[in-house]
Design a protein around this ligand. Structure first.
Ligand code: DGP
Length: 116
């Protein structure tokens, strides 16, 4: 399922341009428009899913695809060795602003923990 007015669904459909770095059958990876690190890529499912909280048991394969995709992106972007963060915000209070599930892949600099 895709959503007509969802920003990331529109990127999946090619209606809004994006700097795609990798893609798979079930997912797409493109550069974040407001990068928070030298490498900042978003991995999204092609199908509309609002967040991790909306995943169903039958989405287990898709969930795995997204984490494997994050690791592939890190390798392609050259940050697998130096380390990276793969994070997904769930809900507005956690910082989610686009309600189409996405995994941020961030690297190329030292990451602080815990986040604010
Ligand atoms: P979050 O705050 O976790 O929902 O992350 C949403 C991210 O999406 C945020 O880092 C900025 C990024 N973003 C918002 N609009 C666009 C867009 O039109 N294109 C791209 N490439 N990224 C976008």
């Amino acid at each position: 399922m895709v959503s007509d007015d969802c920003l990331f669904c529109r990127i999946v459909r090619g209606e809004i341009p994006a700097d795609v770095v990798a893609e798979g059958e079930s997912w797409l990876a493109f550069r974040d428009i407001q990068p928070q690190a030298p490498v900042h890529v978003l991995v999204i499912p092609r199908r509309h899913v609002e967040s991790v909280d909306s995943l169903a048991p039958e989405d287990a394969d898709l969930s795995g695809d997204l984490l494997l995709a994050a690791a592939e992106v890190a390798r392609v972007e050259g940050i697998a060795e130096s380390g990276y963060r793969a994070v997904t915000n769930v809900g507005e209070r956690a910082g989610q602003s686009v309600f189409h599930l996405h995994v941020h892949v961030l690297g190329g600099r030292r990451m602080r923990w815990p986040p604010g």
